[in-house]
Design a protein around this ligand. Structure first.
Ligand code: HEC
Ligand code: HEC
Ligand code: HEC
Ligand code: HEC
Ligand code: HEC
Ligand code: HEC
Ligand code: HEC
Ligand code: HEC
Ligand code: HEC
Length: 423
């Protein structure tokens, strides 16, 4: 009886097991859990080249048919990819923004996946130079899949993403650095080459500083255009806040912004921005100022004045540093001096930023504070050294005194011993 029951239960179980195994081995199937698009394409070795099963769309449960349409539940090629049943095929380049936008412009749809998602990429895209030209039938421009790929799409903050900051410049450069591809246009093809050796590129690639700007920080993500000239200070100023504040605080700041005089890139460039140097100001060979200002005009005089204040501050600061080193060598107390020097150094840094006021009085205020602090440090170091020498002369005097005392004692003992012997 017991055996009979077991057999009765075992049969369907065996059947089920066999069935599961069969399913596991045949990739294409009518079974609703099998994605026949992937199965058949894998079997036929015609998966898209850049297919990555980790793509964010597969991760959230979307698959081939969600983008391309068609019926994943049938093994039959024609039925699966029937245009009459909604199969879209591979989109042409002009179709791609709407192809991706079908979901990404649909707020209600996207909300189901993530509440804070943006749904303006497609509309933003059509404000860009890329989108504007695509509308006119130029298919050389970038569309969604040129920047994001079609089958290896990741979140922008995933290091595998083609738009992850460290990867993005190469993504843009695939077209913008290709002189042959870009030959119909009149723009340079050296942006990436210049960027790589700029202070920003070095910061990104050599110091791995993710706060360095990459192409889209200055050009926007989807609205990529060259920035309007008078918006450049605000783009640079989004990171270099103090420089922008000085720039705008100067009595002529507003006027300069409006007239596009002294905007950041007039002096620093944009793709090839180099590490700053004190020689960029003044009237020397490397000075930015002498490119436009001639001897005697106000700009020239301002440049010379600012440079002279920076030079004085640097000289005082380095004298104070040397003095402090002597204090350290002699083993005297350097703690308060080093605090003063730190403050002075901060003023030197601030002075370099304050030059962006192009205003002698603003620069002078800060530089003078730095000079004063350096002088104070020099004074404090002098005091420590005086004390050191005082202690040293004190030591010599007391040594001599001790020596005299010892000698006197010795003589006294000797004469006493002599007297004792005579007695
Ligand atoms: C039984 C096999 C089979 C199934 C199932 C299948 N495909 Fe295909 N698919 C093919 C083959 C073979 C080609 C290439 C031949 C051709 O272009 O017709 C192809 C081509 C494509 C193309 C490129 C078409 C073009 O215009 O260049 C896309 C996109 C595609 N399939 C998507 C899908 C999607 C999405 C599904 C599921 C809904 C699917 N396929 C299901 C076999 C299959
Ligand atoms: C996020 C949307 C999306 C998903 C998901 C997607 N595709 Fe595509 N696919 C595209 C776009 C866009 C293109 C055209 C641009 C291109 O070729 O890079 C394309 C092109 C293709 C092509 C023709 C060109 C080529 O690269 O071979 C095939 C075949 C294809 N897809 C198959 C598939 C299959 C199979 C799947 C599922 C594994 C899939 N796609 C999933 C968006 C998608
Ligand atoms: C010129 C290159 C480029 C093109 C073209 C482009 N993108 Fe992007 N996209 C980016 C960059 C760069 C980011 C990353 C932004 C960041 O770092 O936050 C991004 C981010 C995204 C995001 C993440 C959310 C967001 O808005 O930041 C989505 C979704 C997206 N893009 C979809 C699209 C769609 C859809 C299209 C086509 C209509 C498209 N992109 C066209 C470069 C591009
Ligand atoms: C069938 C709807 C659909 C289509 C078509 C589609 N996507 Fe998506 N996409 C989504 C969903 C849903 C997510 C996941 C949202 C999330 O969790 O961030 C997503 C995520 C993304 C992300 C990551 C966003 C982020 O901030 O993490 C990018 C980038 C992206 N898609 C680009 C594209 C591009 C490019 C295309 C066209 C080639 C495309 N998508 C087509 C639905 C779609
Ligand atoms: C598929 C190739 C391709 C990719 C990838 C690409 N672009 Fe473009 N881009 C072009 C073409 C073509 C033009 C049109 C050139 C023109 O208008 O003179 C253009 C125009 C531009 C312009 C306007 C230039 C001007 O002065 O008119 C900017 C800015 C720009 N792209 C930035 C970017 C950035 C940033 C990226 C990366 C996030 C990028 N592009 C990725 C092809 C591409
Ligand atoms: C620090 C900001 C910044 C970064 C980073 C940056 N650009 Fe630019 N880019 C600009 C400015 C500013 C202009 C326009 C100046 C003008 O119109 O006078 C410009 C102009 C351009 C142009 C128009 C043609 C030209 O060379 O003048 C293209 C194309 C371009 N950039 C692409 C890129 C690409 C690709 C990257 C990344 C490798 C990039 N940019 C990185 C600020 C930047
Ligand atoms: C996304 C933020 C960001 C943007 C936008 C940006 N920068 Fe920078 N910049 C940085 C970072 C980070 C550094 C490196 C910090 C460092 O090493 O001093 C840097 C360094 C510099 C330096 C060298 C500083 C030094 O100490 O020598 C100059 C000059 C500079 N940027 C100018 C500009 C100009 C001009 C623009 C606009 C065309 C701009 N930056 C846009 C973040 C930014
Ligand atoms: C008229 C020329 C000129 C203009 C315009 C200009 N700068 Fe400068 N900038 C300089 C000079 C000169 C230095 C070097 C100062 C030094 O090291 O003594 C410098 C240094 C810098 C530094 C490094 C020193 C620091 O402050 O950390 C940054 C960052 C910087 N500039 C950003 C900007 C930004 C952002 C703008 C636009 C708002 C801008 N600059 C506009 C001439 C200019
Ligand atoms: C690209 C050209 C250019 C560069 C480089 C340049 N300037 Fe100017 N600057 C001008 C123009 C144009 C004016 C307004 C006309 C005038 O008064 O000369 C001006 C005005 C000034 C003024 C106000 C003069 C007045 O009459 O109100 C000062 C101060 C000044 N610049 C200082 C500097 C300093 C310091 C530098 C270097 C860090 C510098 N400029 C670099 C073009 C430039």
């Amino acid at each position: 009886m017991k055996l009979k029951l077991n057999l009765f239960l075992a049969l369907p179980a065996l059947f089920l097991l066999f069935n599961l195994q069969a399913n596991a081995f045949s990739t294409a199937s009518q079974d609703s859990t099998v994605d026949n698009c992937i199965a058949c394409h894998q079997d036929n070795d015609n998966m898209p080249d850049n297919y990555n099963p980790e793509d964010i769309h597969y991760k959230v449960g979307l698959s081939c048919f969600n983008c391309h349409g068609g019926n994943p539940k049938t093994e039959d090629e024609d039925a699966a990819m029937d245009p009459d049943k909604g199969f879209l095929g591979a989109p042409s380049k002009e179709e791609i923004p709407a192809f991706c936008g079908r979901c990404h412009s649909d707020f209600a749809f996207m909300q189901q996946y993530r509440s804070e998602v943006e749904t303006d990429q497609e509309s933003q895209y059509y404000t860009s130079q890329h989108g504007t030209l695509l509308k006119k039938g130029d298919t050389k421009v970038a569309v969604c899949s040129n920047c994001h790929t079609a089958h290896s799409i990741f979140s922008p903050n995933d290091p595998r993403s083609s738009v992850y900051p460290a990867n993005l410049p190469e993504t843009c450069n695939a077209c913008h650095g290709d002189a042959e591809y870009m030959k119909d246009y009149s723009i340079p093809t050296n942006q990436y080459k210049l960027y790589k050796t700029s202070v920003h590129g070095i910061d990104l690639y050599e110091k791995h500083d993710m706060s360095a700007p990459v192409c889209n920080d200055c050009h926007g993500n989807h609205g990529a255009r060259p920035p309007e000239l008078n918006s450049i200070p605000r783009i640079c100023g989004s990171c270099h806040v103090k420089n922008l504040n000085y720039f705008s605080s100067s009595p002529m700041g507003k006027e300069m912004e409006e007239e596009e005089i002294h905007t950041c890139e007039t002096c620093h460039g944009y793709h090839d921005i180099q590490k700053a140097s004190d020689d960029f100001i003044g009237t020397g060979e490397k000075s930015f100022c002498i490119e436009c200002h001639d001897e005697g005009d106000e700009g020239y005089i301002t440049a010379a004045f600012i440079k002279s204040r920076i030079d004085t501050l640097k000289l005082k600061y380095s004298t104070a540093s040397d003095d402090m080193n002597n204090v350290i060598i002699k083993g005297m107390d350097d703690i308060d001096i080093s605090f003063k020097l730190k403050e002075a150094r901060q003023k030197l840094i601030e002075t370099r930023t304050a030059i962006h006021s192009f205003d002698t009085s603003q620069v002078n205020t800060i530089a003078s504070q730095g000079i004063k602090l350096s002088n104070e440090a020099i004074g404090m170091a002098q005091k420590e050294m005086d004390e050191y020498y005082n202690r040293r002369t004190g030591f010599i005097y007391s040594s001599i005194a001790l020596l005299i005392l010892g000698l006197a004692l010795y003589l006294k003992i000797r004469t006493k011993n002599g007297k004792d012997k005579k007695a």
